[in-house]
Ligand binder design. Structure first.
Ligand code: SF4
Ligand code: SF4
Length: 77
């Protein structure tokens, strides 16, 4: 089964403060060229918003939250 919850970084908003990298204890991020990169989706904990809550630029979204925002018309009556 594919991983359904992991952080997605908007690199255009990210200022490279590393708060997300320092916050996460699960090895999800690496820092490359002074910017965070998601290297381990599998390590992310379902439902955790820890890194996103620390991000001063609101540059982090989560795949799971994004999924909930998409309403499929197949579900409409
Ligand atoms: S959501 Fe939580 S577990 Fe996932 S990368 Fe961010 S801090 Fe780490
Ligand atoms: S906390 Fe936000 S601004 Fe800082 S490095 Fe992470 S994504 Fe970029």
């Amino acid at each position: 089964m594919s991983k359904l919850w992991y952080p997605m970084i908007n690199q255009g908003k990210c200022i490279g403060c590393s708060a997300c990298y320092k916050m996460c204890k699960h090895g999800v991020f690496a820092i490359e060229k002074n910017k965070p990169k998601v290297i381990n989706r599998e390590g992310c904990v379902e439902g955790c918003h820890g890194c996103g809550n620390r991000c001063p630029e609101k540059a982090i979204m989560y795949s799971g939250d994004f999924r909930r925002m998409i309403k499929c018309s197949c579900n409409d009556d």
